[in-house]
Design a protein around this ligand. Structure first.
Ligand code: C5P
Length: 240
């Protein structure tokens, strides 16, 4: 069997900076990038487009099976997502889409259909991916697992600024509460709950800039790749 290509996972609660950091790392490394939250958001989007009720599990599973999903890093903007051949718009990033995604993500049968799609994103020369269970369930063999956190207040602020820039009408207090509720739901569900892998490195981004987090992650990755004896052209261009 050919050796598996390396995977870097970034898990953590919403607003911790996983997407921003993950995308920059992927671009610098020349690796593929997967925003796994967008997979769940994409399914929510497909269901809405096809007028499928999220409680009709058979129809939801069929739509998940048939869903074609592409993700391209696009920092500093969110990743470019193509669903069933069509480019998705800003509506994918609304807090409402995140809520439906989080509802869908509680169902183990939906998660297991979407597992194959996520694992297929791992291709040479490597993959950077972020989400809630990338290091614990989807890529347990990842060469480096980061668990990225930030204080709830800081995360609400970041989300607020992001959504305001996109033209969404949101309140900071409302977002703070919505984020807390979504985190609780993600952490307390039975299926692949949000938690750090036992071998994850914890990084608190509350007082760090994106660039500082990127530097820390890429330094850790360089060491891990060296230890694992993985040597790629992209590694040289991205990490030196
Ligand atoms: O990261 P993002 O906010 O886009 O994720 C939307 C929702 O998708 C999360 O609240 C979570 O419920 C779900 N999700 C998940 N597992 C992942 C990524 C996201 O359950 N790996």
């Amino acid at each position: 069997m050919p050796p598996e290509s390396p995977v870097l996972t970034l898990d953590g609660p919403s607003g911790a900076g996983k997407g921003a950091v993950g995308q920059i790392c992927a671009v610098r490394l020349g690796w593929h990038y997967l925003d796994s939250g967008a997979v769940y958001r994409a399914l929510a989007h497909v269901l809405e487009k096809k007028s499928i009720n999220i409680r009709s599990l058979d129809d939801v599973l069929k739509a998940a099976h048939e869903m074609n999903f592409e993700c391209h890093p696009n920092p500093p903007e969110p990743a470019r997502i193509i669903i069933n051949g069509e480019s998705a718009g800003a509506e994918l990033r609304s807090e409402a889409a995140g809520e439906i995604a989080s509802e869908l993500a509680r169902e183990p049968r939906i998660r297991s259909v979407l597992l194959g799609l996520q694992r297929n994103a791992s291709r040479p020369p490597g993959l950077v991916t972020d989400g809630r269970d990338m290091g614990t369930v989807v890529f347990p063999q990842a060469v480096l697992k980061i668990f990225l956190t930030a204080s709830p207040e800081e995360r609400a602020h970041r989300r607020y600024n992001q959504l305001k820039l996109k033209g969404f009408d949101v309140s900071l207090a409302g977002l703070f509460q919505a984020i807390q509720e979504r985190d609780t739901r993600d952490a307390e569900r039975n299926a692949s709950p949000l938690k750090a892998a036992a071998d994850a490195v914890l990084v608190d981004s509350t007082d760090l800039t994106i660039e500082e987090v990127v530097t820390r992650v890429l330094n850790l990755l360089r060491t891990r790749l060296e230890i694992a004896g993985i040597d790629t052209v992209e590694q040289e261009s991205g990490l030196t």
